[in-house]
Design a protein around this ligand. Structure first.
Ligand code: FES
Length: 321
């Protein structure tokens, strides 16, 4: 019994390590395979739109300028950073460094995406930040590259190798493992970003009109009626606020616009699917016909817009109170 308890104690961080490693790898591939993630500001699910949405309410909003200046670079850095952290954690390679990276990513997301979530415990990035703490303290000594390197270093010392040589050997072999694992991650991530990005495209959505097509010019914002089938949607931009709006046709001949800005904490909701709009930040769902809250934490419906049909065109009207 005592032996079992000792083993259980030694393995106590393994489930957490497995969960965090798999989750960060999954999150990275989820971003890299998402055609919206690297889209421009007009797409409410894009990195740049999500960053703009949280900038004003974040205590580190001032630091997001470079990310908005080079959004593609920063979006890729975050995705590949998550991939590196996830693989380092799963393989137990430089485990404390991987945990520090994971904690840094979670801290950044908490101070931006989750900062205005109320009550605070619904902000899942804070929970992730705390979850990295045990691995930051304990490292990844079991079933890991770190564990193998440590046991070999002990053997090297036992056979009288100088401490400098022991450390150098561990560093070089750790570096070789990092290049091998990192290279495999980089290759698979790049292939996913290059060839796998249509997986989540929304066939019914059309490109958001640019400034010359309505936003900020006083011109009407229109979209072809054929782009909005029954149950489908098309994306346009509110010329006053610049926010993306989904034009929907819940039943034949009935059109309306729904703001893409989640009323919980300002994240961009996904395009309507199966009659609902889903907010990826904290899981709120809204009725795609009315904008009403299906489930929280949001409590207010999505703002609606009038939409009128002129021949084969749909025109976005003003927001409705
Ligand atoms: Fe929290 Fe949408 S921002 S559910």
């Amino acid at each position: 019994m005592a032996r079992w308890k000792e083993t259980a104690t030694r393995c106590s961080t393994l489930p957490l390590r497995l969960f965090l490693g798999v989750t960060f790898v999954y999150a990275a591939f989820d971003k890299l395979s998402d055609s919206h993630y690297l889209a421009g500001a007009g797409d409410p699910a894009s990195f740049v739109a999500q960053t703009e949405a949280v900038q004003d309410g974040s205590p580190i909003g001032w630091a997001l300028g470079p990310a908005l200046h080079s959004p593609t670079l920063f979006a890729l850095l975050i995705a590949f950073g998550e991939l590196a952290v996830g693989l380092g954690t799963l393989f137990g390679l430089w485990g404390r460094l991987a945990a520090a990276g994971g904690a840094a990513i979670s801290l950044t997301l908490w101070l931006t995406v989750s900062w205005n979530v109320s009550p605070y415990y619904l902000g899942n990035d804070l929970a992730y930040l705390m979850a990295w703490t045990p691995l930051l303290l304990a490292g990844t000594p079991l079933l890991s590259v770190d564990g193998y390197l440590a046991s070999r270093a002990r053997r090297d010392r036992a056979r009288g190798l100088a401490e400098d040589a022991v450390r150098r050997r561990a560093l070089i072999d750790g570096g070789i493992a990092a290049v091998a694992i990192g290279g495999a991650g980089l290759l698979s991530g790049s292939l996913t970003a290059t060839f796998g990005r249509d997986r989540k495209s929304v066939p019914s959505a059309t490109p958001v009109p640019g400034p010359s097509e309505g936003a900020g010019t006083g011109a009407a914002v229109t979209v072809a009626a054929s782009a909005v089938p029954v149950g489908g949607s098309a994306q346009v931009k509110d010329p006053a606020s610049g926010d993306a709006v989904y034009i929907v046709q819940p039943t034949a001949g009935q059109y309306c616009g729904l703001s893409s800005v989640c009323t919980h904490s300002g994240c961009a909701v996904d395009a309507p699917k199966n009659g609902q709009l889903y907010c990826p930040c904290h899981g709120s769902r809204f009725n795609a016909a009315t904008g009403a809250v299906v489930n929280g934490p949001a409590t207010k419906p999505l703002p609606r817009y009038a939409v009128t049909r002129n021949g084969d065109q749909l025109e976005l009207g003003p927001p409705q109170s």
